[in-house]
Write a protein that binds this ligand. Sequence first.
Ligand SMILES: [Zn+2]
Length: 121
Amino acid sequence: MRRIRSKDTRPEMTVRKLVWRMGWRYRLHRHDLPGRPDLVFSSRHRVIFVHGCFWHSHLCHRTHVPRSNQSYWIPKLERNRERDRSNLRKLRTEGWSVLVIWECEVTDLKLVESKLQTFFN
Ligand SMILES: [Zn+2]
């Protein structure tokens, strides 16, 4: 399978620790779910993705297409975006609630914590 992000990246670890501290238990990277969500809460039917801003084209200051080799990067990032969209659609169709936490948000733990609270309540 093609890898578009590495496992155990720092933002993901930070989110995992926070979720754990808040008392929710999860499984990691379930291969049978579209997009292999980073955290899976099977009994609550919820999944969380921790997305890198660059690879997933977040509209924030961390995202800009590299100047060189744009004929490579632009279609590649567009494919990632489409894959994300289609994975989210499939998950929701299968009845999962999906939360995406962006890498740039993980610098603000209060923000992430309140997103998690809203998501679980
Ligand atoms: Zn971002």
